[in-house]
Ligand binder design. Structure first.
Ligand code: APR
Ligand code: ZN
Ligand code: ZN
Length: 361
């Protein structure tokens, strides 16, 4: 039987979000219905509301979520009812060239649930990032669910579904930070501060946090930054070089998504160092660099998409580290809120007051 639940939708471009009654169909083949326990508020939800992603309104927002599988459709072997899971954006196919080479993060045939959730009048909803978890229950492809230890707090676990995983993965997967490395992180919001945590987890000896906001730098220090640089008052390239014996950092992680910070990241790395780009630019942004610098400095420029994570590999491992007290995910949960508080949480996010607001059910 299809069920009716409450969810947060963006009905039209720029309009405030609203609570609506959502019809969630029974899971079809390969699908699962998940009872959501927690879902973080992310910039991408706001971008959907503002029409910055696509025009497929109305959207069912929310995509950084953890919950319990309620029911599964035919042929589902990944998860079973009662499993505590973290949701991810897309199920991988397991068959394509990338999947068969063990690089499922580049799968060519990712998918979400085939059926649509609807409004009371039958209007089909577009779930944000194929998830739609600002709702008591949501319908996803079973492959979007990764089972993790149920001892974890849902609010902390859900964060691995997006921003925090992107930042952690930028350091531990894409940047491949190693023991003793020097790491600079430019932009210390939820994503960049997760990179600080990832760098510490990987054994970095020096972690330089760069931001224009002293509050964010104070948090970075609590999370493991060994040095902080306010780039409003200090040239971050010079500061990073000075802090690394005149060279530059082994790995520089850019977590803002702007041309000037991309450029800072490029020049703040050591010769042959690695730049990891996890901040997402907008389509019109451009960066001009002398080609001789691109060539002559060697090293690598890497973009990090979703922290190059493999949910089935990374989520259970990171939750285990969290439960052992070695990965402080709770530090990213600035506040827990109710479903009807999402619009206000967008405001607070916009003003840079929070790392993450998390809706708890
Ligand atoms: N130099 C340094 N830091 C900056 C600058 C700048 N010029 N401009 C902004 N910042 C800082 C902000 O002060 C804030 O601490 O960058 C941080 C951005 O953090 P959030 O707004 O919380 O964004 P976050 O969720 O961390 O995402 C950062 O990563 O995945 C992407 O799409 C995401 O592009 C976004 C980026
Ligand atoms: Zn594939
Ligand atoms: Zn997100």
């Amino acid at each position: 039987m299809a069920q009716q639940v409450q969810g947060v939708i963006a009905r039209a471009k720029g309009a405030p979000v609203e609570i609506a009654t959502i019809t969630v169909p029974d899971p079809g083949p390969g699908e699962a219905v998940v009872k959501i326990q927690a879902c973080g508020v992310c910039h991408t939800d706001l971008h959907y509301r503002e029409g910055g992603i696509n025009d497929e309104f109305p959207f069912l927002l929310g995509h950084e979520a953890a919950g319990v599988v309620e029911s599964v459709g035919d042929g589902v072997s990944e998860v079973a009812p009662g499993d505590f899971v973290i949701l991810n954006w897309r199920a991988v196919c397991g068959q394509c060239r990338a999947c068969r080479r063990g690089r499922a993060q580049y799968c060519f045939n990712t998918h979400n649930a085939k059926q649509k959730m609807t409004l009371a009048d039958g209007t089909e909803l577009s779930p944000a990032l194929g998830i739609g978890a600002f709702a008591e229950k949501t319908l996803v492809a079973a492959g979007q669910c990764t089972k993790v230890d149920p001892a974890a707090s849902p609010a902390a676990a859900g964060l691995l579904g997006c921003g925090v995983m992107a930042g952690l993965g930028a350091a531990i997967n894409t940047g491949n930070v190693g023991r003793g490395d020097s790491v600079a992180v430019i932009g210390c919001g939820g994503v960049g501060n997760a990179s600080v945590v990832g760098a510490r987890l990987a054994g970095a000896a020096k972690i330089i946090a760069v931001d224009i906001d002293d509050k964010k730098l104070a948090t970075a220090r609590e999370l493991g930054a060994t040095h902080t640089v306010n780039s409003r008052s200090t040239d971050p390239i010079e500061a990073v070089r000075q802090l690394t014996g005149g060279f530059g950092a082994d790995v520089v992680i850019e977590a803002v998504g702007r041309p000037e910070t991309y450029e800072q990241a490029f020049y703040a790395r050591d010769l042959a160092g690695t730049v990891v780009l996890v901040g997402v630019p907008t389509p019109e942004m451009k960066l001009e660099l002398p080609l001789l610098d691109v060539f002559g400095r060697g090293g690598a420029l890497k973009s990090s998409w979703y922290g190059d994570c493999l949910p089935s590999r990374d989520f259970p491992m990171l939750i285990d580290l969290y439960l052992q007290g070695r990965l402080d995910l709770d530090a990213f949960v600035t506040e827990t809120i109710a479903l009807d508080d999402v619009e206000k949480a967008f405001e607070r996010m916009h003003h840079g007051d929070v790392l993450r607001s998390v809706v708890v059910f």
